[in-house]
Design a protein around this ligand. Structure first.
Ligand code: ADP
Ligand code: MG
Length: 434
């Protein structure tokens, strides 16, 4: 056996063609080496190209430039030694747990008794012993996800790629599965040699990974690497754990060099409506503005400190701060949030003034909101159906992201009274707004 790393990813570039014919560069110059015994975390905001990179490594799509080697050999298609765990699995409802897991082995052409033996072992290993004959509908979400893990592990892959495998589960279920999985890994009981874990959750990355690669967005590239030397099992309350979480915050909110800022604007989707919006209530946004504006912080604060004060997880607070930045009410940088003059004015304003200021910023900085308003202004009926905008969004993002983005802009548009939306009729209108 030579000394080749399990995986070697060099200078990867990947673009997608947008509907207007221009290119969206999703990955640019990505480098990564996975060695035996490692869990590497890929951490980045939604849309930074993490799933795209995993699909390239899995051999499910091809890059425009760069190389991917698995055990020293170029990856040109799905490699037998690489398996993937997804956010959620499409289990076949008419097959039992055992049959669903056996599917993972079918392509390998093994003898039937070997397939059965290995499948039962994988089911047992992942904590589903006794559920071999159950059907997916009889299982909880957490157990269904375990079936997905078993289906990936049963092929005894060298490399396991995991794309946000815990993010569709509730908090407790996710934590149980993480802990079980880490225990199996630490005890050397998993039939795998290395893992790449994609996540947008900083604490999950620090909990599970030996090295964390932080991705930037537009285009995605590795902007920093953080080595986690804490022994397993790790304690989220340990001061060194908290320090690392804080350091990663700083890395994720680092101010890009001027050249990078320009590059970012160049890569914004053509129509300007392709940005995925987070579903955050105006209450949450104004709550954070008020907190940071309070005398105690006087307009500038450390994000983890604010999270503690608000009894929120830093990972939940981060999108709120980012949304305020998108609306130009705050600047997020170096782990701090600082209110802009408008952000301070908002916090000090009356309810009606707040709506007015929010409307101005919404129309100025959220192109989708401006687009909806423009269409409604121009139409004689001053109304338009949901699909008028969701179809357009789906040219830029997945249907689920489009749905979320629509809900987000509706919530903000209603608050700002920029437009109305009728849930029953699924119609936008200018019925009440100013
Ligand atoms: P992440 O997993 O980090 O959230 P993705 O890799 O899913 O990010 O997506 C990165 C970017 O590439 C997004 O802007 C997404 O809309 C775009 N994208 C992903 N897959 C495709 C595709 N098949 N066609 C066009 N654009 C895509
Ligand atoms: Mg993804």
């Amino acid at each position: 056996m030579d000394n080749s790393p399990l995986l070697e990813v060099r200078a990867i570039r990947k673009s997608f063609r947008k509907p207007d014919g221009t290119e969206l560069r999703v990955l640019d110059g990505v480098e990564l080496v996975l060695r035996e015994g490692e869990i590497i975390g890929l951490l980045g905001r939604s849309g930074s190209g993490k799933s795209t990179l995993l699909r390239l490594i899995a051999g499910l799509s091809r890059s425009a430039a760069g190389s991917i080697r698995y055990l020293g050999r170029p990856v040109t298609g799905p490699a037998p030694g690489i398996a993937m765990v997804f956010q959620s699995f499409a289990l076949f409802p008419w097959l039992t747990v055992l049959q669903n897991v056996q599917l993972g082995l079918e392509a390998l052409g093994l003898p039937q008794d070997e397939i059965r033996r290995r499948s039962l072992a994988a089911i047992d290993l992942i904590g589903l012993d006794g559920f071999e004959s159950a059907y997916p509908r009889e299982l909880s979400g957490g157990m269904r996800q375990r079936v997905g893990f078993a289906r990936a592990l049963v092929v005894h892959p060298n490399v396991l790629l995991m794309d946000e495998p815990f993010s569709a589960l509730d908090v407790l279920t996710a934590e149980t599965l993480r802990t079980d999985f880490l225990e199996l890994w630490s005890e050397g009981r998993l039939p795998i040699k290395g893992i790449i874990l994609v996540t947008h959750n900083i604490e999950e990355a620090v909990l599970m990974c030996d090295r964390i690669l932080v991705f930037s967005t537009n285009p995605g590239r590795v902007v920093s690497e953080i080595v986690v030397e804490l022994p397993q099992p790790r304690d989220r309350l340990d001061a060194r754990f908290r320090d690392l979480v804080e350091r990663i915050y700083v890395a994720m909110t680092a101010k890009p060099a001027p050249g990078e800022i320009r590059a970012r604007h160049e890569h914004l989707p053509g129509a300007g409506i392709g940005t995925i919006l987070p579903r955050l209530s105006s209450n949450l946004l104004s709550g954070l503005l008020e907190t940071v504006a309070a005398p105690r912080y006087n307009g500038r604060a450390d994000l983890p400190a604010i999270a503690a004060a608000l009894h929120m997880e830093v990972d939940d607070l981060f999108p709120v701060a980012e949304a305020l930045q998108m609306l130009r009410f705050a600047i997020v940088e170096g782990g701090d949030i600082e209110l802009t003059a408008e952000g301070k004015a908002f916090a000090a304003a009356t309810l009606d003034e707040r709506k007015r200021v929010f409307a101005q910023h919404l129309l100025a900085y959220v192109p989708l909101a401006a687009h909806i308003r423009r269409v409604l202004d121009e139409r004689e009926s001053h109304s338009a159906p949901w699909s008028r905008f969701s179809d357009e969004l789906e040219d830029h993002m997945s249907p689920a992201a489009a749905e979320q983005t629509m809900r987000a802009v509706i919530g903000w548009g209603r608050y700002a009274e920029c437009f109305a939306y009728h849930d029953h009729a699924k119609m936008f209108s200018l019925e009440n707004p100013s």
